[in-house]
Design a protein around this ligand. Sequence first.
Ligand code: SF4
Length: 171
Amino acid sequence: MPTRKKKPKLAVFKFASCDGCQLSLLDCEDELLVLADAVRIASFAEASSRVLRGPYDISLVEGSITTPHDAERIREVRAQSRVLVTIGACATAGGVQALRNFRDVKEFARIVYARPEYIDTLATSTPIANHVKVDYELRGCPIDKRQLLAVLSALLSDRKPSIASHSVCVQ
Ligand code: SF4
């Protein structure tokens, strides 16, 4: 009897972001049902509390790196991901939170928080590609859901997505 092929595992990870790009995936409606049938959703906090362990076939990463913990976690995500796709301006360029890169972040913390000594943050907000190898980047704020579906569809059919690949890691 032929063995049934295991469905690929898809995981969605959030870093510093507003969740808008993840919501673009939920906004796919009918296409999401087809996608949900084609993959095992291993981690997608916006849609389910279920989390499956890696490794993951495809990881979508939303958000930028703004804390020491983020910097550590993205390396773990990379190590567990066969293909890593960053989604949105936060993940690909640092997002609006990168405005801090031009000022003293400690000064901001003093103004915003009553107890700034409890804030553990990096001086900058940086894109994911500054920390780990990224396979594909989807830009936009939020991303275009049709582009996301086209990339997922290509990856699930073992085709190369027709967007610019990104393999630069500066660290
Ligand atoms: Fe939200 Fe825009 Fe960042 Fe996406 S890129 S998470 S929509 S702020």
